[in-house]
Design a protein around this ligand. Structure first.
Ligand code: NAG
Length: 273
C-alpha cells in the first residue's frame, strides 16, 4: 500500500475518534504494571463505572462511539482496571442497573452480550496484569489470561492457522517482536514443532491447546511474563516494550477495525509514532 493511502487510512481512523489524543503521547506502561482488581460488580453487585468521574468517560462521548474494546483499553490506561474489565463484559453507562442485577442473579446477560475474539485478547491482557494474584473463579491472573487467550467459553484449540482477527494480531506481534525484541523472540514463538499447552477450561477443568510451528505463542508469552522477575535486564526491558506494544496494537486495531486492516497497516502506524 502506498504511503499516501496509508496516511489517509490512519488519518481517517484517528479522525473518526475525534477527541482521541495522539497515541504517541499516551503512556502505555500500564501494560507492564501489576494490576489489582476488586471485582466490586461480581462480588458486591456494584459497578466500578459508578466511581468514575465524567472526565474519565471521554471516549464514551465521542461520535461515532468507539467500540467497547477501545473504551476498555482507554479506561485501563487511565488506571481503572475494574471499569475496563466490566466494559469488556458489556457494561456501559446506560445499562448499569441491568449489569448489577445480572451480577447477582441468574439472567441471560452472557447470551445477550457475546464477546468477540479481539475483546478476548484485551480481557486476557488485563488478567495477565493481575499476575499471580487470585482473581476470577479462584484462579490466578495468569491462568485466567490463558483461558481468555484461547477464546474463553469459545474454547479455541488450534493457533497459527486461521485467517482471523486473532491471527492478524498474532502475526503483527511476531513481526514486531522479531525486529524490536530479538533477545526474547525465541521465548514467545513456537519453534520447529507444534507446541502443546495445558490451560484452564470452562468450569475449572483443564484442556489442551496447540500452537502451529513458527507462530506467535500467546500461552508461552503469558508464561514468559510470569518469569519476568528472574530475567536479565536486557530481556526485562524487551519484555516491557513488547507488552506496551501489544496494548498499543490492540488499541490501534480497535480503532481501525472496520477498515480491513492488515499486518503492514498495523505496523506502519507504529513507525509513524
Ligand atoms: C449499552 O449496552 C446495551 C446492551 O446492554 C446496548 O444496547 C447499548 O447500545 C449500549 N449503549 C452504549 C452507549 O454503548
Amino acid at each position: 500500500m502506498s504511503a499516501f493511502l496509508r496516511f489517509i487510512v490512519l488519518f481517517l481512523a484517528l479522525f473518526s475518534a475525534s477527541s482521541l489524543p495522539e497515541l504517541r503521547n499516551v503512556d502505555f506502561s500500564v501494560a507492564t504494571r501489576p494490576l489489582a482488581l476488586q471485582y466490586t460488580l461480581q462480588r458486591h453487585g456494584r459497578s466500578a463505572l459508578r466511581s468514575l468521574k465524567t472526565t474519565d468517560f471521554w471516549l464514551f462521548g465521542t461520535q461515532p462511539t468507539p467500540s467497547n474494546i477501545a473504551q476498555a483499553i482507554w479506561l485501563l490506561i487511565c488506571g481503572h482496571g475494574d471499569a475496563a474489565h466490566e466494559v469488556l463484559l458489556g457494561v456501559n453507562e446506560t445499562n448499569l442497573h441491568v449489569a448489577e442485577y445480572a451480577a447477582t442473579h441468574p439472567t441471560s446477560w452472557h447470551q445477550d452480550h457475546p464477546l468477540c475474539d479481539v475483546n478476548d485478547l484485551v480481557h486476557s491482557l488485563i488478567h495477565r496484569c493481575e499476575g499471580a494474584c487470585i482473581g476470577e473463579g479462584g484462579h490466578s491472573g495468569f491462568e485466567n489470561a490463558k483461558y481468555w487467550a484461547a477464546g474463553g467459553p469459545k474454547e479455541y484449540t488450534n493457533f497459527g492457522y486461521a485467517a482471523s482477527s486473532v491471527h492478524l494480531i498474532h502475526q503483527t506481534l511476531l513481526q514486531w517482536s522479531s525486529v524490536h525484541t530479538p533477545e526474547i523472540i525465541a521465548d514467545v514463538v513456537s519453534t520447529h514443532s507444534a507446541r502443546r499447552h495445558s490451560i484452564l477450561a470452562s468450569k475449572g477443568q483443564r484442556r489442551h491447546v496447540v500452537v502451529a510451528p513458527g507462530c506467535w505463542d500467546p500461552f508461552a508469552f503469558i508464561d514468559f511474563c510470569s518469569t519476568a522477575e528472574q530475567l536479565g535486564s536486557v530481556e526485562q526491558e524487551q519484555l516491557r516494550s513488547l507488552q506496551e506494544f501489544e496494548l498499543r496494537l490492540l488499541l490501534r486495531y480497535a480503532l481501525l477495525e472496520q477498515r480491513d486492516c492488515d499486518v503492514e497497516m498495523l505496523l506502519s502506524g507504529e513507525e509513524q509514532q
